[in-house]
Design a protein around this ligand. Structure first.
Ligand code: 5GP
Length: 210
């Protein structure tokens, strides 16, 4: 039975290219924070390692995990499947570890809806502008500008989900964004005051979608 000593579930989502994966890695350096490693059917990128960045599996293995009900959540993102297996997450939470989830809005919705007995804090990370986002997407090893353009279109759809998150943080500068997130987590766990301006976020989203 989950108790006060259990860890927190911390979800970070963002449209592709907002810098969320880097932020998750920075947060995982904090004592007692661990990243939930997802399964995916996507091919590894050249700098990615199996069992560290993802568990890279084929579609049959992914289907087997679905059928065995091993996923806490799973979703199809950009034509590939991604999912979080339940057991490693629950084990860590029960040991008091804070678990970080780098997952999309579909996964975040599912985790929210299953209402686990652990405290959940969800963050949606946004880029400072569309221009910066396009530059970030184009600088990836995928080279192909067409993919960047496709992801920009996807951005317009994904950004609409900001409203379902506890907090939206603009990643204009990694260090700033990181400290905003850690301050909000600390405020959540200690019931302290929150430095959070919803009106500013609303305006920012409007600018990104106009
Ligand atoms: P990428 O292929 O760039 O590593 O990830 C693509 C998207 O899939 C990102 O938005 C990432 O957060 C999301 N993602 C990664 N793992 C999971 C997962 O286990 N579940 C869900 N729902 N999304 C995931």
């Amino acid at each position: 039975m989950p108790s006060e000593n259990d860890g927190l579930m911390i979800v970070l989502s963002s449209p592709s290219g907002a810098g969320k994966t880097t932020l998750v890695k920075m947060l995982s350096k904090i004592d007692n924070y661990e990243i939930s490693i997802s399964h995916t059917t996507r091919q590894p990128r050249h700098n990615e390692k199996n069992n560290k960045d993802y568990f890279f599996v084929n579609k049959d293995e992914f289907k087997r995990l679905i059928n065995n009900q091993e996923f806490l959540e799973y979703a199809k993102v950009f034509n590939n499947y991604y999912g979080t297996t339940r057991t490693p997450v629950i084990d860590r939470l029960n040991k008091g570890k804070n678990v970080l989830f780098d997952i999309d809005w579909q996964g975040a919705d599912q985790i929210k809806n299953i209402n686990l007995d652990y405290k959940l804090v969800t963050f949606f990370i946004l880029p400072p502008s569309k221009k910066v986002l396009f530059e970030r997407l184009s600088n990836r090893d995928m080279k192909d500008k067409l993919i960047a353009e496709e992801r920009m279109k996807q951005f317009g759809r994904d950004v609409l989900h900001w409203i379902n998150y506890d907090y939206v943080v603009v990643n204009d500068n990694l260090e700033n964004c990181y400290s905003k997130i850690t301050n909000l987590i600390n405020a959540e766990t200690s019931n302290g005051s929150k430095d959070y301006d919803l009106e500013y976020i609303r305006n920012h989203v409007e600018k990104l979608t106009s």
